[in-house]
Design a protein around this ligand. Structure first.
Ligand SMILES: [Zn+2]
Length: 93
């Protein structure tokens, strides 16, 4: 695919489940989660990973996840976003 073609209509094209950088959803024991990979270059802040309670340092590729189905009292699942290390999220059941 030509680079110029990949760049166009970034916000309009439908998500492809297997394309890097796009949100996808996974099912864990407590429900369905939307997962979006964050590239190291895009990680400019520190986050605390709920899996290991350690800091995710800037520049570390990781994932941001949120519930596909918002909990009670939340308008959108994105209000419940959490940043996880790739390995911690993979280990999570
Ligand atoms: Zn972690």
């Amino acid at each position: 695919m030509a680079p110029s073609r990949r760049r166009q209509s970034k916000h309009l094209r439908p998500a492809r489940p297997l394309a890097a950088g796009h949100a996808s959803s996974v099912v864990k024991t407590d429900g369905r989660w939307v997962v979006r990979p964050i590239a190291g270059a895009s990680a400019v802040k520190e986050y605390r990973c709920p899996g290991c309670d350690q800091i995710i340092r800037p520049g570390t590729p990781h994932v941001v996840v949120w519930p596909a189905d918002p909990g009670l009292g939340f308008v959108s699942g994105t209000e419940q976003r959490r940043h996880w290390h790739n390995s911690c999220w993979t280990r999570r059941r």
